[in-house]
Design a protein around this ligand. Structure first.
Ligand SMILES: C[S@@+](CC[C@H](N)C(=O)[O-])C[C@H]1O[C@@H](n2cnc3c(N)ncnc32)[C@H](O)[C@@H]1O
Length: 272
C-alpha cells in the first residue's frame, strides 16, 4: 500500500475509532505495515476493498483498533522529566505519604508498553530514593490493553536501543546481559504488577500518589475520549497526588482540578 493511500485510509478510519490522525502522522509507518499484513492475511489487495470489508464485517473494527495501538517506548524516555520526578516530585509525594501515616508510595503506569516506564521508576526508587525512605515501600501498577505486554513485562528483556538512554552505571547495576539482550535483575522488577486493562473502559479500583499516562491518551485519542479518560484517571489520583503526561502532549483545554507542577515537563498536581 502506498503512503498516500494509507494516510487517506487512516484519516477516514481513525475518527470512527475515536482516535485522532495528528497523533499518528509520525508513527504511521508501523500502523500502515500492520494494516498491509492484515490485508495480505485476508487476501485483500486494495485498500478500497479493505474499507468494503470493514463495512461488511463489524468485528473487523476491533482488529483495526488493535492494529492502531502504537507500542514504541524506552527506558528513561524524556530524561529531563525523570530527573525532575526523581529530584522533586517523588520525594515530595513520599513525604506526603509519610505525613498521612502511610507506608506505601503508590504509582500507576497507564499504557506501560513492555515495562520500560514502570521499571524506570523502579530503578529511580532503588538507586536514588530508597535510602531516604526506608520506612516506605513502592507499589507500581502497570497496565496495558495489549495482552502481549504481560509476557514482555514478565520477561523484562530488552534490546540495547531500549536501555541506551539510561545512565551507564544504572545499566551495569540493574541488568545482566546475554548476547542480544539486557535482562532486568529480579530486585528491580519486584515492585511492578501487570494488569491487562483498556483505559477507555476501566481504571484500577485503587488510588495512587502518581499516575503516568504518557504517549497514549493525549496523543492518540479524540478529544471526547481524552476528556472521559482523564475524568476516570483523575478520580483515582489522591488529593495532592500527581499526573504525568507525555512531554509533547497537552491536557484538553479548561480541565479543572489540576495545578501545574512543571508545565514544561507536563507534570500536574491534583488539588488538595
Ligand atoms: C506509545 S506506547 C507508550 C508507552 C509508555 N507510556 C511511554 O511513554 O514510553 C503506548 C502504549 O499504550 C498501549 N495502549 C494503546 N491503547 C491503549 C488503551 N486503550 N488502554 C491501555 N493501553 C493502551 C499500547 O499497547 C502501548 O503499549
Amino acid at each position: 500500500m502506498r503512503d498516500d493511500e494509507c494516510i487517506q485510509f487512516l484519516q477516514w478510519a481513525l475518527p470512527q475509532l475515536r482516535l485522532r490522525w495528528p497523533g499518528f502522522r509520525k508513527v504511521r509507518g508501523q500502523v500502515c505495515k500492520r494494516i498491509s499484513r492484515r490485508m495480505a492475511d485476508l487476501r485483500v489487495d486494495e485498500i478500497s476493498a479493505y474499507r468494503d470489508y470493514l463495512g461488511e464485517h463489524e468485528d473487523e473494527w476491533n482488529v483495526l483498533d488493535r492494529l492502531c495501538q502504537v507500542t514504541i517506548s524506552r527506558f528513561y524516555r524524556d530524561h529531563q522529566m525523570y530527573r525532575f520526578l526523581a529530584g522533586e516530585v517523588l520525594p515530595e509525594l513520599a513525604r506526603q505519604v509519610r505525613r498521612q501515616g502511610g507506608d506505601e508510595l503508590r504509582i500507576w503506569s497507564a499504557g506501560c508498553g513492555s515495562g520500560e516506564e514502570p521499571f524506570t521508576i523502579s530503578l529511580i526508587w532503588r538507586m536514588q530514593m530508597q535510602a531516604d525512605f526506608p520506612d516506605l515501600s513502592l507499589y507500581l501498577l502497570a497496565t496495558d490493553s495489549n495482552p502481549a505486554m504481560q509476557r514482555r513485562v514478565a520477561d523484562a528483556r530488552y534490546a540495547y536501543s531500549s536501555v541506551k538512554e539510561l545512565p551507564a552505571g544504572w545499566r551495569d547495576t540493574a541488568f545482566t546481559r546475554d548476547e542480544k539482550h539486557y535482562c532486568l535483575k529480579p530486585e528491580f522488577r519486584r515492585a511492578v504488577r501487570f494488569r491487562q486493562q483498556d483505559v477507555r473502559q476501566t481504571v484500577p479500583a485503587e488510588s495512587f500518589d502518581l499516575v503516568l499516562c504518557r504517549n497514549l491518551v493525549f496523543t492518540y485519542f479524540d478529544e471526547d475520549l481524552q476528556r472521559s479518560a482523564l475524568e476516570r484517571i483523575s478520580a483515582v489520583i489522591k488529593p495532592g497526588g500527581a499526573l504525568v503526561i507525555g512531554v509533547h502532549e497537552d491536557l484538553p483545554e479548561d480541565v479543572g482540578g489540576f495545578g501545574e507542577w512543571s508545565a514544561r515537563l507536563r507534570i500536574y498536581r491534583k488539588a488538595d
